[in-house]
Design a protein around this ligand. Structure first.
Ligand SMILES: Nc1ncnc2c1ncn2[C@@H]1O[C@H](COP(=O)(O)OP(=O)(O)O)[C@@H](O)[C@H]1O
Ligand SMILES: [Mg+2]
Length: 255
């Protein structure tokens, strides 16, 4: 995707936006009543507005500098085709100097957590999707970005199970001069993912446990249960290996 950016002034509101979209129509959309307000745990509430057949997600961070930072990093990551993260749509500075980051609300998606919890989806399909997810994260890392909190509620899946990352508040471009040990650099992003009953796991562990969670619960005998656990553990290792293989392949092809 090649995005051309444009600066416009709409009655004192400054808009940085995709060239093919008109600034007044963006300002007009986000001046209407939101179709929904999504409360978040850590960031500002997301106001969602109708925009033709699309929806816009608007976040206004308390510090204008933070909004500018998030927008610029998202914009750069998309321009560099680093990975499928939330698509930046516009940056808006209003008359009070508040700055909002406008991205596209991904319609028709559900979180990785909801997907893995779905009893109607089989084990093999879940494993394939988890592999897609770690390849996406490896791609982001190999491009020099760190998402900051890759966990199951920040990964959205379309109906065809194509993953995208949302929640860009901690997205950074890593300082290449810092020269992390490769291992540290790769591990850095895998913060905790919610588990069962408040337990916390990193992404690999989480996927390993969650793909077999229902098998484990529905197992009739302790032997079946043990088998589900072993299966989950071996998938966890396979997934971690898959991440590293993909990361190495991408890094080598860049050098
Ligand atoms: N662009 C988006 N498109 C669709 N859903 C989104 C988008 N951004 C966030 N969400 C949904 O809203 C939830 C909360 O947003 P998020 O930015 O992760 O805030 P927090 O982690 O602080 O609660 C996400 O887990 C996801 O389900
Ligand atoms: Mg989140």
């Amino acid at each position: 995707m090649v995005l051309e950016w444009h600066e416009s002034n709409v009655a004192g509101v400054r808009v940085t936006h995709w060239q093919k979209e008109s600034a007044p129509s963006i300002v007009n959309a986000i001046s209407s009543k939101p179709v929904r307000v999504v409360e978040t745990l850590n960031g500002p509430a997301i106001h969602v507005y109708a925009y033709g057949k699309h929806e816009l997600a608007v976040r206004t961070y308390r510090e204008p500098a933070k909004s500018i930072d998030v927008f610029n990093t998202l914009k750069k990551s998309v321009e560099e085709k680093a990975a499928l993260t939330e698509v930046p749509f516009a940056k808006i500075r209003d008359k009070n100097n508040d700055v909002s980051v406008v991205t596209l609300w991904k319609k028709g998606t559900r979180t990785l957590h909801e997907y893995l919890d779905d009893l109607n989806v089989g084990l093999d399909a879940k494993k394939i999707t988890c592999k897609r997810v770690v390849r996406l994260v490896a791609k982001l890392h190999a491009a020099g970005y760190s998402h900051g909190h890759v966990h199951a509620r920040n990964i959205l899946l379309y109906k065809n199970n194509q993953p995208v990352l949302c929640d860009p508040r901690l997205l950074i471009q890593r300082d290449q001069s810092l020269k992390f040990w490769p291992w540290e650099s790769r591990k850095k992003d895998f913060t905790w993912s919610m588990g069962v009953g408040g337990e916390k796991f990193d992404l690999f562990e989480y996927c390993g446990k969650w793909v077999t969670y229902h098998l484990n619960r529905l197992a009739f005998t302790s032997i079946d249960r043990r088998e589900a656990i072993v299966n989950g553990k071996s998938f966890e290792r396979e997934l971690e290996q898959h991440y590293h293989d993909h990361y190495d392949k991408l890094v080598n092809s860049r050098n």
